[in-house]
Design a protein around this ligand. Structure first.
Ligand code: ADP
Ligand code: MG
Length: 590
């Protein structure tokens, strides 16, 4: 056996195996190059979802003859002028995309840096002579027969529809990060999307772009997020809990404006929303994290979609607190899509959901089913102390939730606002109010602990023990006090008083699992909140209880002043609002 250096085309094909999973990944790399080249307009044209042809045309800086020739060489890049892998300012830096794509396809690049156009043609990575051509300033790259040189990869490609969808997913993320660039995508001559360039304040133009991508309903249903700590800035938009989806696929993360996919961040978002949304639903959100280059490593994975934070605990807590503050500030706001949905049910007109993707409508329908799920079992104990701090009652329609006009079916409060009517689910609303009160009480007085008379020994694997040990302090702050017993077991001495009757062994196992999965303790706080929720539910005004005008109005006033009161503990809305203009529409007056 003789050790030898591999020929460069083979090396490029091996790299292609990492960088290029499918046509969408080639499109992404090429579009990133166009963005890096300063383009303000990027046109993507596909044939058969990119399997036949990918053509990208940009109006960026372009390349001259020499640059064009060297651009397709391995590790050739213009983006690390100082050999500095810390201050990475471009989307690209590895110098791998062009040679990798070229090595497995038939490619040509036409480029003009202002001094005239040249075309370079390659087949399976072999260059043919460079020749003069015609093109305005910018670059056009055509990739034909992707993966013809690696037939195994070719076999794994999916239907045209699926491949187009993958491209849309990846390019949407880039388009969100660069709202000032116009993007368009066509497949087999058909327009898939065309996002106009937006100008002005970055946060505003991001929102505009996000609404182009996700649909206009977003505009009324997101809360702006902004927070800063130690030079780390979190900005973006978090969806109201009532605008939820069945997957986490509508969560977009950017680090220094680079779209990333990150399990840690998904877990963080889950934690931030955990007490306003049931665990199988997912919020919509776009978060832009800006931080000093030294604080993050983007050179973790060939596709550059993963990053590593130096201080991930700080980032996690900053994101959680900024989202929670945003949601709490939103107070009683519930998503407008709720009343839109209500309206579409009232009317005989066909349902219409704004937004490009037809699946948005399906998701809303699915969400509605969730609301219609039966409420948890309700018992008869209406707790009087929950009503002692009620503000003075006023019959004034200028309040956001208006003045109560009556109660229907002993379950719904109907109120009149300045320009519409509001229907409140009295049980859901009151449950939320009680729960928020209990949470505040818990935060104020801390978590009371209960010392176990007989300490509980729980056997666990050594990796679980290590993880628990690393969080010993935090857990103690939550009221869970334990010691390790060798590397096989823990002894639990104290538990939070509020859950003193729970299965301690189960709880600690769940916590260890959470730590493994999310690096985050969800179970304990969840357990506490679950108890709080259950107690809140039982202490609430049940559906079916008759309320007088005064009681109804005080409930409305309390909702207005309580954070998160727009949805119940299960993410269902506590009220819906119908505007007069909508009602007029129903009656055909407009
Ligand atoms: P990287 O993006 O990591 O530098 P690539 O292989 O993707 O590596 O590209 C190699 C080089 O080719 C880039 O550094 C850039 O100088 C040049 N280049 C690629 N695409 C374009 C483009 N659309 N416009 C101008 N220059 C480009
Ligand atoms: Mg690149």
């Amino acid at each position: 056996m003789r050790i030898r250096y591999l020929p460069s085309i083979l090396i490029n094909r091996i790299a292609a195996g990492e960088v290029l999973e499918r046509p969408a990944s080639a499109v992404k790399e090429l579009v990133e190059n166009s963005i890096d080249a300063g383009a303000t307009k990027i046109m993507i044209e596909l044939e058969e979802g990119g399997k036949n042809l990918i053509r990208i045309t940009d109006n960026g800086s372009g390349m001259n003859k020499e640059e064009l020739e060297i651009a397709v060489e391995r590790h050739a890049t213009s983006k690390l002028p100082e050999d500095d892998l810390v201050h990475i300012t471009h989307l690209g830096f590895r110098g791998e995309a062009l040679p990798s794509i070229a090595s497995v396809s038939r490619m040509n690049i036409t480029s003009n840096d202002g001094s005239g156009a040249w075309i370079l043609t390659l087949e399976g990575g072999e260059k043919s002579a460079i020749a003069p051509s015609a093109l305005n300033k910018g670059t056009r790259i055509e990739v034909r027969d992707l993966f013809f040189a690696t037939p195994t990869r070719l076999k794994f490609l999916k239907s045209v529809r699926t491949e187009v969808d993958r491209t849309v997913e990846l390019i949407d993320r880039l388009a969100m990060a660069y709202p000032n660039i116009a993007f368009s995508l066509k497949n087999d001559g058909k327009d898939i999307f065309s996002y106009a360039a937006t100008a002005g304040d970055l946060l505003d133009s991001r929102l505009k772009r996000i609404s182009e991508i996700l649909g206009k309903e977003i505009l009324d249903n997101v809360i702006p997020i902004k927070a800063e700590r130690n030079g780390v800035i979190i900005e973006g938009y978090a969806g109201l809990p009532t605008l939820n989806r069945g997957t986490s696929g509508f969560q977009y993360f950017f680090v220094n404006n680079r779209p990333i996919r990150d399990k840690l961040l998904l877990g963080v978002v889950k934690a931030a929303y955990q007490d306003v949304m049931s665990h199988d639903r997912h919020p919509i959100l776009a978060l832009f994290i800006t931080l000093p280059f030294e604080e993050v490593d983007v050179n973790v994975h060939p596709t550059k979609a993963e990053v590593r934070f130096r201080d991930s605990a700080m980032i996690r807590s900053l994101i959680i607190s900024s989202i929670r503050h945003g949601l709490a500030d939103a107070g009683h706001r519930a998503s407008s899509s709720v009343s839109e949905f209500a309206l579409s049910n009232f009317s005989s007109a066909p349902r219409y959901y704004p937004g490009r993707s037809s699946s948005a409508g399906a998701n809303l329908a699915e969400k509605n089913l969730l609301w219609q799920a039966p409420l948890p079992e309700i018992r008869e104990s209406f707790s009087p102390e929950a009503r002692t701090e009620i503000p003075p009652v006023q019959d004034d329609i200028s309040y956001p939730l208006g003045a109560a006009r009556g109660q229907l079916h002993e379950t719904y409060i109907v109120s009149q606002t300045k320009d519409g009517i509001v229907i409140v689910d009295q049980h859901a609303a009151h449950e939320r109010l009680v729960y928020e009160k209990m949470k505040i009480a818990m935060e104020k007085d801390g978590v009371k602990t209960q010392v176990l008379l007989i300490p509980e020994v729980v056997e666990l694997g050594s990796s679980s023990i290590n993880r628990l040990e690393s969080k010993q302090k935090e857990l103690a702050a939550f009221g869970l006090v334990f010691e390790t017993l060798g590397d096989k077991a823990v002894v639990i001495r104290e538990v939070p008083a509020i859950i003193k009757d729970c299965d301690v062994k189960k709880l600690i196992e769940n916590i260890a699992d959470d730590l493994e999965e999310h690096g985050e303790i969800l179970s304990l706080s969840k357990a506490i909140e679950h108890i709080a929720e259950t107690m809140a539910c039982h202490g609430s005004i049940r559906a079916g209880r008759r309320l007088n005008r005064e009681e109804m109005n005080s409930l409305l006033r309390e909702m207005e002043s309580t954070p998160n009161s727009g949805q119940c503990n299960h993410g269902r809305p506590t009220y819906i609002e119908l505007k007069l203009s909508d009602i007029e529409k129903l009656f055909g007056r407009k």
